[in-house]
Ligand binder design. Structure first.
Ligand SMILES: *Cc1c(COP(=O)(O)O)cnc(C)c1O
Length: 393
């Protein structure tokens, strides 16, 4: 790469005020809770109000909890499978997608992904089904819809529960414009610092099934139904969202539509600026339709030089999103509980298990942080950096 970097000042990111939508509403929300002196959601109204607002947005009953991982744990616990049962999921996601399966003594089974989107390949999911399979967890990676129509049909055909992990896909949609999070029996969302909207940490699980909703609510609160006495109806943990978090989350939820809209506009500008085909040979851009643009993925032929080149141009980029597929993490080859491998005894997760996922991580995927605060000139800089790296590569 030659000459001065395209960009000298940092782009707005999720760890600075300019790259987050934290303002007067969130400040007022925190003070409202502090002034009330009720910080625990069992006794206050903020978390319940957040659930009601989430319900108006998605048309599903919502349960608030302490993180996206907790929301997935509520979902998996509500399914209520037996120890040793299997849950099929993707090797490209946050570890929070699989930790709850293991925490419920279930066995994560990894199906391969589409080589361009990184989303679960429905044919691979169906091929992985056994007599022990109980559920599928689909992730809408970077905000692009997994093939939830096909996955819903597979789940129905085999009597499985479908869980959508929407942590990266707030208000994402299918190509038909249907809202992601409404195909699964349960869908899970995160409010962690890096997501579209944030309260630091926090999670929401939604469902249209009253039984799943009530089991998730019980699991979130020690299995305690609170309608009378100290009776614990099932195993549960304390995954309650605090009132401070809920109040901030309510203010943020009011902004999520605008956040997603702005991210889409910026992504559309970048895609238009880059043109298609000839001009940027060897690079595949994401499809705009329905995409929530948590990150902006590029598919290239050699991701490490690309990521280094872009970063050197002042446009931070990372190769592969993950260091390794989820199944290549030590927990899948070593002990899970104490010195025991349970429930993974006899299970192997070898290199080569999901070749498309490995290819994305090792060779073809580059991700750019994306942000609702990007201006037209920010996006111009990103486009220029991509062209320059392409030309020099
Ligand atoms: C962030 C994330 C999670 C976990 O959410 P936390 O709030 O960090 O626990 C789970 N799945 C996906 C796809 C995520 O991006």
């Amino acid at each position: 790469m030659s000459g001065a970097p395209v960009r000298r000042t940092p782009l707005p990111g999720v760890l600075v005020p300019a790259g987050r939508t934290i303002g007067a509403e969130e400040r007022a929300a925190v003070l409202r809770v502090l002034d009330s002196a009720v910080l625990c959601s069992t006794f206050g109204g903020e978390a319940r109000a957040l659930e009601a607002e989430m319900e108006s947005l998605y048309g599903r009953t919502a349960v608030a909890c302490s993180s996206g991982t907790a929301a997935l744990h509520l979902a998996v616990a509500a399914v209520g499978f037996d120890p040793g049962d299997e849950v099929i999921t993707t090797p490209i996601s946050d570890f929070g997608t699989v930790a709850p399966i293991l925490a419920q003594n279930g066995v994560p089974v990894f199906a391969d992904v589409d080589p361009l989107t990184g989303n679960l390949d429905p044919a691979a999911v169906e091929a992985a089904i056994t007599s022990r399979t109980r559920a599928i967890i689909a992730v809408h990676l970077f905000g692009a819809a997994a093939d939830v129509v096909a996955l819903r049909a597979i789940a129905d055909r085999h009597g499985l529960v479908l869980i959508e992990d929407c942590a990266q896909a707030w208000l994402g949609a299918t190509t038909d414009g249907e809202l992601l999070g409404t195909f699964g029996d349960i869908a899970c969302f995160s409010l962690q610092q890096y997501k579209h909207i944030t309260a630091g940490d926090g999670g929401l699980a939604i469902t249209a099934d009253p039984d799943l909703a009530s089991r998730m609510r019980l699991f979130m609160d020690k299995g305690w139904d609170r309608s009378g006495g100290r009776v614990h109806l099932m195993l549960g943990l304390n995954y309650r969202m605090t009132e401070l978090v809920a109040a901030v989350a309510r203010a943020q939820l009011g902004k999520v539509a605008e956040v997603v809209k702005r991210r889409r506009e910026a992504a559309a500008q970048l895609i238009a600026a880059l043109g298609s085909g000839e001009e940027l040979a060897g690079v595949a851009l994401p499809s705009l339709v329905g995409h929530a643009f948590w990150l902006f993925p590029l598919i290239v032929d050699d991701n490490r030089p690309w990521a280094e080149g872009l970063t050197a141009e002042g446009v931070p980029a990372s190769a592969g999103y993950l260091d390794r597929p989820l199944y290549a993490n030590p927990v899948f080859s070593g002990p899970v509980y104490g010195t025991s491998r349970y429930p993974l005894e006899g299970r192997e997760y070898p290199v080569g298990l999901c070749p498309n996922a490995e290819q994305l991580i090792d060779r073809t995927l580059v991700v750019l942080p994306w942000n609702e605060a990007y201006t037209e000139s920010d996006v111009d800089d990103i486009a220029r950096a991509i062209r320059k790296v392409h030309a020099g590569g």
